[in-house]
Design a protein around this ligand. Structure first.
Ligand code: HEC
Ligand code: HEC
Length: 223
């Protein structure tokens, strides 16, 4: 065999090995385009749904029997156990114990893993407290989403009617809002860039929207 042939063979087998390494037992899918917000939600879910037991700083009873070496503090920790996270929390409903994740949550964690866990599992956004007896304020928050956001962010709108709001970023249902709560908070409560064009929410509207998010965005946005 010529040196040239050996080099080509070595190169080809490296590709084959790399492909096997990627497929492996992870069963990973493609990382969807424009999925940064979903990836972030997936990272937040690992924090909120798993770190309560699987965090290196937790010891003894605080771990709720989670094995001492199974921790998800960092993105690297997550990738090291990617296959097991898929098996226990996405392909089945064994983790967290007591019912597992909802399908919507599984989808977000899957996107996070499919995209290579680019973000550290971070604590949820600081939505703050859900005040007692705040149902009326929550209703107001849901109305604000309907009236101030869904003129662009509705699945009923297409083409120019969306005013450039990205296709798929819609807030018609409570589940839509929950799935993007962190981004809604970032853009419209913490920040003032949504609605765009100098039409940011007032301080009072921001507080109503915050309460709606902090209480889990359980109501459907309705005008
Ligand atoms: C209330 C505590 C608790 C929470 C929350 C929790 N776990 Fe666990 N986890 C455990 C316990 C207990 C075990 C050991 C028993 C077992 O494997 O079923 C475990 C074991 C594991 C293991 C190692 C065993 C294996 O099958 O490889 C993985 C991986 C895992 N959990 C993933 C997760 C993920 C992902 C989440 C969040 C979506 C999560 N866990 C949330 C308690 C918890
Ligand atoms: C006049 C149309 C319009 C209105 C009204 C509007 N948006 Fe948007 N929205 C856009 C456009 C255009 C983009 C894409 C450009 C960008 O991200 O700045 C966008 C993007 C977004 C995104 C995705 C990008 C990201 O940062 O994650 C979120 C979330 C969002 N808007 C939230 C809201 C919320 C919450 C409201 C109401 C409080 C709102 N928007 C009102 C037009 C609108």
């Amino acid at each position: 065999m010529s040196k040239q042939t050996i080099r080509i063979l070595a190169f080809l087998s490296a590709i084959v090995l790399a492909a096997v390494g990627c497929g492996g037992d992870d069963d990973g899918g493609e990382c969807p385009d424009n999925s940064t917000a979903d990836q972030m939600m997936g990272a937040m879910l690992i924090a909120s749904q798993c770190q309560g037991c699987h965090l290196a700083s937790l010891t003894g009873a605080a771990r709720n029997n989670a094995p001492p070496n199974v921790n998800f503090d960092t993105a690297e920790d997550v990738m090291n156990r990617e296959g097991r996270i898929r098996a226990r929390a996405i392909d089945s409903s064994g983790m967290p114990p007591g019912g597992g994740l909802t399908q919507a949550q599984k989808d977000l964690v899957e996107i996070y893993l499919d995209c290579g866990a680019m973000q550290a599992p971070a604590a949820p956004m600081p939505f703050g407290e859900c005040p007692d007896t705040s149902t009326a304020d929550q209703t107001m928050g849901a109305m604000i989403v309907a009236n101030k956001c869904n003129g662009c962010h509705s699945a009923n709108l297409t083409g120019a009617d969306r005013d450039d709001a990205p296709v798929g970023i819609d807030f018609d249902t409570a589940a839509n809002v929950q799935a993007r709560a962190a981004r809604i908070y970032a853009r419209s409560v913490d920040g003032s860039t949504m609605p765009p064009g100098g039409n940011a929410l007032t301080a009072d509207e921001k507080e109503k929207l915050r309460i709606y998010l902090a209480c889990g965005a359980t109501q459907t946005p309705t005008p």
